[in-house]
Design a protein. Sequence first.
Length: 271
Amino acid sequence: MEICHITLTAERKSRLPLFPDGAAYLEALRRLGAVCQGRLALFALIAEHLHLISPVPRAAGGRLSQAVSVTLRPIVATPLAPSFPTMVESRDHVRSLLRYLLLQALKHGMPGHPALWIGSCLPDLLGARVIEGLSLCVRRVLPDYNDGKALAIVGLRGTGLPVPDKSTLRAAGASRLRLAAAAAFGVDPLLAGNGPAAIKARRAVAQIADRVGIHPRETSAALGRSPFTTWRLRRPTLDHAELAVVARRVMLEQLVAEALTARPVATDLAS
């Protein structure tokens, strides 16, 4: 199987950040999904560059690189330099790229824990984020991939990311559920707007809160919606898999909080 590593960077004369804020990163992720449509195995969006790993031949990788450049052009803060895909030579090379990409946020000093960096593909790998088209085909390029190894790379324990129990979700509260839903569906933290992802995020918060016993008034306040609107959002319209994405995001954030309490992120993780 041929595997391409595509690197897109800001023009060398500028080297300014491509995406100035979280909203720009989210829009970039949505645009990546629309163009790549399941053809990505791994990715990382960091400061003035991005990495894409795709199981396609060199020629197809060149076309994919061009398509990504075109779709990102209207939203990047500085022009992109021409890109020439390189070929991934072996499975060991893929393993090294998995580590390299998951630690990009740490290497480049991005804020927060690398597991929660908005431009990291870790949440997508773990089932803690769902953006249309960004369903990663990591096992096509790394058949022995498992979530435990990915968690270990960023300094977290566990063999995977299970759906937390009701007591954990209830203790999280409606406001944390709202933030988790925003991250899980790739939308504004306030869940504003009437796009499909924002609507799903609001429904997920209301339905999870209802299932785990969070008081409707708390949920209404967190969503910034009237009690009647919140009651309507509680109707079971989302399937288990969509609700599980938000619940796993809560679990991922809890693992990070526990790790930071036990020991701050080591500065040598990126070595």
